[in-house]
Design a protein around this ligand. Structure first.
Ligand SMILES: [Zn+2]
Length: 392
């Protein structure tokens, strides 16, 4: 008999796995899956300047159709344990709710999918007409360098060809099933530096104040929205997150000033075209006539964060997941592309990917928790997805 999702989650929560040390939680997953007949590999990836990270790939079955569940076993640190109602790694259950770091992000999704897969295999046996795998990293909450991106490439190198992927991050907003994610916005971050000429604040004609130039450029960047949104995406955003001069004096005009900004962009853009638009606005503003006559001297340095926008176009997969959600929860899910980035940004280069998981309200908070009802319904959704994907 396979274990209920609740038992699996309690075991996972009691195995502390603060990023990047996911080992104890990976042990639990490896034991459950190998007992059910999965092959299990735990490759460790390294990169100078980042912690070594252990990952897990488990697979069973053979065939053209290969469904992969993508997740992470690492969790964010618990913070001050005194702020928790129950200790963060005790997996305490109270009034039908289980408490613990990772309960929703994302050991809940992992436990539910493991329970669903074991039940599915119990009913259908190992000859279910395809291949089913788990791709679980210990590096999602950390730098994400030695995690999903490398694990996907590693699996491909061993001949694994994925045909559909499900990421089990929390996607529901108020009730389980109200939202799935079918794409993600891209993220673009950069630092803008304006160079002036340092001098005495009482003699501004002998200096060139970069703060004046910087404020003009920041205004120009925000004067008009980037776009009005698209069918599946909200309007792209542009947010200045810091303005830095670092000048402690009252009587000195500083030599330079900088600002950092972040844009979350939709499918009207890619990183290159967005950067080109930012530079176009900066050029226009820098060269516009002004009382100081001299053009503003600026430079732009892009932050390396490889996360481009994507939208999943596989209507069959989206329809199948939506129907499974509706059948098990009674809710027709909204198809969203909002929020931050996830490891789906790496998966989309290999196969169509959809994200569905629990309500995320308590993620990264003290008292992170999930209701056992919700967890069982999540497992029911996942099991329906497997049955629909591998029709008997
Ligand atoms: Zn997560």
């Amino acid at each position: 008999m396979s274990a209920p999702a609740a038992d699996i989650l309690v075991e996972l929560l009691a195995a502390p796995s603060v990023t990047p040390d996911a080992g104890p939680a990976l042990d639990v997953i490896a034991r459950l899956l190998s007992a059910a007949g999965f092959s299990v590999d735990r490759p460790v990836f390294t990169e100078p300047g980042t912690p070594d990270v252990e990952n897990l790939f488990a697979a069973i079955g053979a065939g053209e159709r290969h469904f992969v569940f993508v997740g992470h076993a690492d969790v964010v640190p618990p913070g001050d344990p005194a702020r928790w109602r129950h200790p963060p790694f005790a997996a305490a259950v109270e009034d039908g709710v289980v408490y613990g770091r990772g309960a929703v992000d994302m050991k809940g999704g992992l436990a539910a999918f493991i329970a669903a897969a074991l039940r599915f295999l119990e009913r259908r046996g190992p000859e279910f007409g395809g291949r089913l795998s788990f791709l679980v990293t210990g590096d999602e909450e950390g730098p994400a360098v030695n995690g999903t991106a490398k694990l996907l490439a590693w699996a491909k190198g061993r001949g694994e060809g994925f045909s559909a992927a499900l990421v089990g991050e929390p996607t529901s907003v108020e009730r389980l099933g109200d939202q799935i994610k079918i794409g993600r916005r891209g993220s673009f971050s950069a630092t803008l530096v304006v160079t002036g000429r340092q001098g005495h604040a009482a003699y501004p004609h002998l200096a060139e104040n970069p703060i004046r130039g910087l404020t003009e450029l920041l205004w120009a960047l925000q004067a008009e929205p980037l776009d009005a949104g698209t069918d599946h995406f909200e309007p792209s955003t542009f947010e200045v997150v810091s303005v830095d001069v670092g000048n402690p004096a009252w009587n000195v005009i500083p030599g330079s000033a900088s600002a950092r900004f972040n844009s979350r962009f939709n499918d009207l853009w890619d990183r290159a075209s967005l950067r080109a638009e930012v530079e176009r606005r900066l050029r226009l503003a820098a060269e516009a006539p002004r009382f100081s006559a001299a053009p503003i001297r600026w430079s732009l340095a892009e932050e390396p964060s490889p996360s481009d926008v994507f939208l999943t176009h596989d209507e069959a997969l989206i329809g199948l997941v939506s129907r499974a959600v509706e059948e098990a929860t009674g809710l027709r899910p909204r198809l969203s592309t909002g929020g931050g980035t996830s490891d789906a940004r790496f998966v989309k280069d290999y196969c169509p990917v959809v994200e569905f998981g629990p309500v995320g309200t308590s993620m990264h908070q003290a008292d992170e928790r999930i209701g056992l009802d919700e967890l069982e319904r999540l497992a029911a959704v996942y099991e329906r997805i497997l049955d629909a994907y591998f029709t008997a």
